[in-house]
Write a protein that binds this ligand. Structure first.
Ligand code: ANZ
Length: 506
């Protein structure tokens, strides 16, 4: 007879034992049944399960059980996303090995998952920090490397000195580290990237095909890819023979209205563009900009600041000269890192020009209601004025005609630009999969042979060091110091898929 009251301690234990004895959750490699894959996000072994875990894992468990009952051979795996900074920080706090901290947490959380009665095939458990797993992380890296989709370059990164680590933009909150609240600085480091930008267009097309996703999610993803159409124009520098500053613009129609040009404080040629008299002021300005986040720098509410470099560019359309400035509203990583400033038709440029008394030149007007742009930028459509042979043309048409002139004259081209950037995967820390390349003094970067994988994470490291990565203390390190610490943010994982397809992996 059924008991009136539910006693989980009694009933659940009994059934869990029966399921275990009968291999009720086992997935068979060779089975005639149709296959079903029920994958939930693997937990980070942080210590104890929380209610969020229980919710997530119950949902997939219900689906997996339902499908089994319908006659499917269900693969419902579990594993541990166990590389990352929390393990390393916890270990450093106690001067212990992160492997030990991780193993203890996994043991505890496994017990909890089993108590919940979740129907996993535990024989297939994976742990990302174990060599038998990260061998495949390294294998994937090598496939991407062979296809030119994993590469290394100097890049400005968010650097937290306390944690001695690189942070993603999302991990910088009000200029501070999300973990320790320390001030985050921009720093130039040689970094590994995955070339996701090659797939920007494909990702956008795939979005259109997605069914069952809300428009808000699709729009967020499209904005994140951030496609824009425009032009690159190259400007000669008056004082430096042979040096040009290219800019990316979505408003080629405004090119006759440029009154100054801005480069990012991290712009690669900024030193060449700075006169000796302006050097000290420019250096001081750059040092300060390094302390700011991108979001702060781009905010429309912030008062724009900048300093002149002392040099000038020449407008190839008009022959006019205008001054070069550096200002932190220009971002090093977007477009070319330089902006042609048209204060009459761009709000940010307008604020900047007002503040520093830079000239205004109107080039787009509403013929019915012309504005002199003395009080505000005119950002609506209109017709061209003060623009030589393009006068009277509608501004949308002029975009194409003006860019074509630059193409014909050899000083510009049409350009499609994406906000999406390549995915920076290195973290300069210990507790991650070692990047399977060797640095050779003579021949540079040499990928490890597949048959030699895994490249093992060194264990001769000192975890009691302060303010630097423990990996720097390893004596036997023959591979890269930079570690591969995959980001688990879901929107980023989505982008792996086309990369793997391209690399012929899936
Ligand atoms: C001149 C201009 C005139 C612009 C005008 C706008 C209005 P989206 O649409 O987001 O792609 N820009 C280009 N590179 C930049 C950088 N590295 N940092 C900051 N701003 C940058 O934005 C394109 C516009 O952003 C470009 O068009 C450029 O300003 C600016 F009336 O060029 B525009």
């Amino acid at each position: 007879m059924l008991e009136q009251q539910y006693f989980p301690q009694k009933i659940e234990k009994k059934w869990q034992e029966i399921w275990e004895q009968n291999d009720a959750n086992k997935t068979y490699d060779n089975s005639d049944k149709p296959k079903y894959y029920a994958l939930s996000m693997f937990p980070y072994p942080s210590g104890k399960l929380h209610m969020g875990h229980v919710r997530n894992y119950t949902i997939t468990d219900v689906i997996a059980r339902f499908k089994r009952m319908q006659g499917y051979n269900v693969l419902h795996p579990i594993g541990w996303d166990s590389f990352g900074l929390p393990a390393e920080n916890a270990a450093m706090k106690h001067g212990a090995d992160p492997a030990k901290w991780t193993d203890e947490n996994i043991a505890y959380m496994t017990k909890q998952l089993k108590m919940l009665g979740l129907s996993y095939d535990w024989d297939r458990e994976v742990t990302t920090c174990k060599p038998d797993y990260y061998k495949w992380t390294q294998w994937l890296f090598l496939q991407l490397y062979k296809k030119g989709l994993a590469y290394k370059k100097e890049a400005a990164v968010n650097w937290c000195d306390n944690c001695a680590t690189v942070l993603a933009n999302e991990q910088v909150i009000d200029g501070k580290c999300w973990r320790c609240d320390g001030v985050v600085e921009k720093k130039y480091l040689s970094q590994w990237f995955f070339k996701i930008t090659d797939y920007a267009e494909e990702l956008l097309k795939d979005l259109e095909k997605l069914e069952g996703w809300g428009d808000n999610v699709k729009t967020m993803q499209a904005n994140w890819i951030g496609k824009s159409e425009g032009a690159i124009f190259r400007f000669k520098v008056k004082e430096v023979e042979g040096l040009e500053v290219p800019v990316y613009t979505t408003r080629p129609d405004t090119v006759h209205g440029i009154t100054y040009l801005v480069v990012a404080p991290e712009y690669k040629d900024i030193e060449k563009l700075t006169t000796p008299e302006n050097k000290d002021a420019v250096e001081a300005y750059r040092a300060n900009a390094r302390k700011m986040t991108e979001i702060e720098r781009l905010s429309n509410d912030r008062i724009k600041t900048g300093v002149p470099l002392g040099t000038h560019c020449i407008n190839p359309f008009t022959g006019e000269e205008f001054p070069l400035w550096t200002a932190d509203y220009a971002l090093a990583e977007y477009g070319t890192g330089a902006v042609m400033a048209v204060p009459t038709h761009d709000e940010r440029d307008f604020d900047f020009a007002k503040k520093y008394n830079l000239p205004l030149k109107v080039v787009i007007q509403d013929p019915e209601n012309p504005s002199d742009c003395k009080d505000a930028a005119y950002v609506e459509p209109g017709v061209l004025v003060n623009s030589n042979e393009f006068n009277g043309m509608k501004n949308e048409e002029a975009k194409k005609a003006i860019t074509q002139k630059a193409v014909d004259g050899g000083f510009g081209e049409f350009k499609t630009q994406y906000r999406l950037r390549d995915w920076l995967i290195s973290r300069q820390r210990y507790w991650g999969a070692p990047i399977p390349v060797v640095y050779c003094d003579k021949c540079g970067i040499v990928p490890e042979k597949e048959e030699n994988l895994p490249v093992m994470l060194p264990t001769d490291v000192d975890f009691s060091v302060v303010g630097k990565s423990p990996i720097t203390t390893s004596k036997h390190l023959k591979t890269q110091l930079v570690l591969f610490a995959a980001d688990t943010q879901q929107e980023k994982w989505i982008q792996w898929i086309p990369l793997f397809v391209q690399a012929g992996i899936i």
